[in-house]
Design a protein around this ligand. Structure first.
Ligand SMILES: [Zn+2]
Ligand SMILES: [Zn+2]
Length: 360
């Protein structure tokens, strides 16, 4: 956080002066700026008490982001983002696209009216097995269960350690997880980076059995349904795939990767009656094999959350900037156009590298 504030200050200095601002954004004209959000909530502080903070943006903050973006960029549908590339002359404004991952109902309830009012196209990447159900992605259930486990008397690491070993699973570094506030997020990440989807499901079910579930928190995370998706599509929202069950493709078998990429595309095309060209990698993770699978499944464009590209498949590794409530706050803790400018010109990208990237 301190790093961001410091960079924010440095950015503020660099961004003072409109001509400089315009020049830097125009420097992007060959590369559209694609932003990504997850959940949209009324009250950030209230929701953040039991949510991964970076999953959330309040409606009020989203409105500020969209206003800022709309004044500086042509907000275009994903289908246009690549065709516009290279055509962008010196006088054309740079282009941007707005995306939402996971398919939460609050995107329909809170973001969609805002987008419609502004006439801004957007895209949503959905987890097809959850659409129209009351199901919640496993990573959200894991985080909620770990929060509940942390609040009980027995230490989180002991508790989790015994559940994990009873299931015959292995998660490196579990033992050194102290029951401190920040650890729930770190633990969630470590588990998500390690376990395949089926093992993750076993762990989450065992944890929930032991600590119980927070029904209200699960209700808040309801997915949207097919009618909502159809309505959004009619109003200019592109619907893309985010796999069938939100699996991290780089951890899964070839067969599973194929099933998730081909299957989710088929689910969407059957239910929406329209071709689906766009895919977003869960967790933003990809490697050579998953990029090849996404191509074989028939997608033309796929989105990550990192600068890391596959030079052989640039359209299947399009980077995005993931934004949330606090990603554009300045030194006074309020929305800062200067910090937003730094998000747009890629100043912060280095701090958001994917784990594959960090390993290399
Ligand atoms: Zn996701
Ligand atoms: Zn990367």
């Amino acid at each position: 956080m301190r790093h961001v504030v410091k960079s924010g200050l440095a950015c503020g200095l660099r961004w003072s002066g409109t001509s400089l601002l315009r020049r830097r954004l125009n420097g992007r004209s060959g590369t559209p700026w694609i932003v990504g959000y997850h959940r949209v909530v009324e009250d950030y502080a209230r929701s953040a008490r039991r949510s991964i903070p970076a999953m959330l943006v309040s409606r009020a903050m989203l409105r500020r982001h969209l206003d800022w973006i709309g004044r500086r960029f042509d907000v275009v549908p994903l289908d246009e983002i690549v065709t516009r590339r290279g055509r962008g002359g010196r006088f054309r404004r740079p282009s941007a696209a707005i995306t939402f991952d996971d398919g939460f109902r609050d995107v329909y309830e809170l973001a969609f009216p805002l987008l419609k009012a502004k006439g801004m196209p957007a895209a949503i990447f959905v987890v097809t097995s959850l659409v129209g159900t009351s199901g919640v992605p496993l990573f959200e259930r894991l985080y909620l269960a770990l929060l509940r486990a942390r609040n009980t008397s027995q230490s989180l690491s002991t508790r989790l350690g015994s559940i994990v070993s009873a299931l015959g699973l292995e998660v490196e570094g579990l033992a050194d997880a102290a029951p401190a506030a920040g650890d729930t997020l770190r633990l969630t990440r470590r588990i998500l980076e390690t376990l395949r989807r089926d093992d993750l499901a076993l762990l989450v079910e065992a944890l929930e059995k032991e600590v119980g579930v927070d029904e209200e928190a699960l209700r808040e995370r309801r997915p949207l349904d097919w009618d909502m998706l159809k309505e959004m599509r009619r109003s200019g929202v592109t619907i893309g795939s985010h796999t069938r069950r939100h699996v991290v493709l780089t951890l899964e078998s070839e067969k599973r990767v194929q099933e998730e990429t081909v299957g989710s595309r088929r689910d969407l095309e059957e239910r929406l009656g329209a071709a689906v060209h766009h895919f977003a990698y869960p967790n933003g993770w990809f490697d050579d094999a998953t990029v090849a699978a996404v191509q074989a499944a028939g997608y033309s464009f796929a989105y990550t959350s990192c600068r890391h590209r596959d030079p052989a498949h640039p359209h299947l590794t399009l980077p995005r900037t993931l934004l949330w409530e606090k990603s554009s706050l300045g030194m006074f803790g309020t929305f800062s156009p200067a910090v937003m400018g730094c998000q747009a010109d890629g100043t912060f990208d280095r701090s958001g590298l994917c784990p594959l990237h960090r390993r290399n």
